[in-house]
Ligand binder design. Structure first.
Ligand code: ZN
Length: 426
């Protein structure tokens, strides 16, 4: 058993002073506000629930600082991304993902949803262990000290019109949903790992197969990130991608739609009315010039929000949360569109990746904590409640995952993260 003292703690949607937090067996067993007695470890600053990174492609981390300065489009960026995808094998992917997940831990992320489609060898031939790449990701998360939900992705074609996979895309495909399902059945869960599913997009899976994954949860899908996807979907199916998912019974609380940037009013109603989750990835969406999604309207319609660092142009849940609100301000010309409590709920939405028992500092929940310094050049003088809108990942001092102290005094306890990143990417 370990007892922590949090100088300021985010409890029940507000900041409370002097909170004692008892952890036993990886769970919170006692939470006592206004207590100053003997404790094992003191967390100065503001203590928040552990953050969930609901949308990650670990290998995109290798593109950091290499693609952002150029002109071009989402589609030319995708060519660069495919070049990285073509070069990885299970061993090099383990190194890259381990370093990337350790960077996430340093930023206050305690669980990642890995949207995984880099399955097979370079020409599409399965590895000896057909889940070698998925197992590398699960091992990477274990070594980095965070939980993972492997959202193993069904990817069957290269366009809405049914064009076959080509080039590096052959690494992504299993041929049909049955072969995908039998491979995924070979993925073992672990105490830190859960297996979920993903449909890459309405581009990559024929419409008549969409419903086959509908009852799998957590289920994720890229949705309407680019207007081109909407146009292609309309040309082939005569409806929006959201309407296509509705037609095939895929919408619902088990589903998280990633991006959901270019939606019609009807799409917003369908997504919200069905309780479909929405994962926005503001730092990636701005890097790729995708556009601004309709976070406030989707939340009002009934969609729980979550956040992802997606392409890892930035790994900083504070920046993602802040960008969600700031994008709303730019688009609406109104301030305070999402409250701090709503932003923390989105940043700590572990349920979106299947960890329903995490994301809150409350008795019985998984013991994830993130301590944020309130005495840095960015945060000094800030009110603790406002610190979320001032802090960055660099202000995280301590991270506890399932009761284990993974980041202490701004350092990862097991990995030299900058060095591991440099070695994995060079
Ligand atoms: Zn993505």
């Amino acid at each position: 058993m370990t007892v922590y003292h949090a100088a300021h703690c985010w409890l029940d949607g507000r900041v409370v002073r002097d909170v004692q937090i008892e952890i036993n067996g990886g769970r919170f067993t006692r939470i006592s506000p206004n207590e100053k007695g003997e404790v094992d470890i003191r967390l100065p600053g503001l203590t928040l629930p552990g953050m969930a990174n609901a949308h990650s492609h670990a290998f995109h981390r290798a593109l950091r600082g290499r693609t952002h300065a150029d002109r071009g489009t989402f589609w030319t960026w995708r060519e660069e991304m495919y070049r990285v995808a073509a070069a990885l094998d299970p061993e090099s992917y383990l190194r890259l993902a381990r370093a990337t997940y350790a960077e996430m831990a340093l930023a206050g992320i305690t669980a990642v949803g890995e949207f995984h489609y880099l399955h097979h060898g370079p020409d599409g031939t399965p590895y000896h262990d057909p889940n070698a790449m998925g197992h590398a990701l699960i091992e990477a998360a274990r070594e980095a000290g965070i939980r993972i939900t492997l959202l193993d992705t069904l990817y069957l074609q290269s366009g809405v019109d049914g064009r076959p996979l080509e080039g590096v895309q052959r690494r992504f495909g299993d041929g049909d949903p049955q072969r995908w399902a039998s491979r995924v059945a070979g993925l073992g869960a672990a105490p830190h790992a859960r297996i979920g599913a993903a449909i890459h997009s309405v581009r990559a899976v024929p419409a008549h197969h969409l419903g086959e994954l509908a009852d799998r949860g957590p289920l994720h899908i890229h949705l309407s990130e680019q207007p081109a996807e909407n146009e292609q979907c309309r040309a082939v199916h005569g409806c929006s991608p959201t309407e296509l998912l509705d037609r095939h019974g895929v919408l619902g609380p088990q589903l998280t739609a990633v991006h959901a940037t270019h939606l019609t009013d009807r799409d917003v109603k369908l997504l919200g009315g069905s309780g479909t989750g929405i994962c926005m990835c503001p730092t990636t969406e701005r890097d790729l010039a995708d556009g601004i999604g309709r976070a406030r309207e989707l939340a009002d319609a009934g969609s729980p929000l979550s956040l992802g660092s997606d392409s890892h142009a930035v790994i900083d849940p504070f920046e993602e949360a802040r960008a969600l609100e700031m994008n709303e301000r730019l688009a609406s010309r109104q301030r305070g569109r999402l409250t701090v409590a709503e932003l923390i709920r989105a940043a700590a939405n572990h349920a979106s990746i299947g960890w329903d028992d995490a994301g809150e500092i409350a008795v019985g929940k998984r013991a994830d904590l993130v301590a944020v310094a309130l005495d840095t050049v960015r945060t000094a003088g800030a009110e603790p409640t406002g610190a979320l809108l001032a802090a960055t990942a660099a202000d995280v001092t301590d991270v506890i995952v399932d009761g284990r102290h993974v980041v202490a005094d701004r350092r990862h306890t097991a990995i030299d993260v900058p060095r591991a990143l440099a070695e994995a990417i060079s």
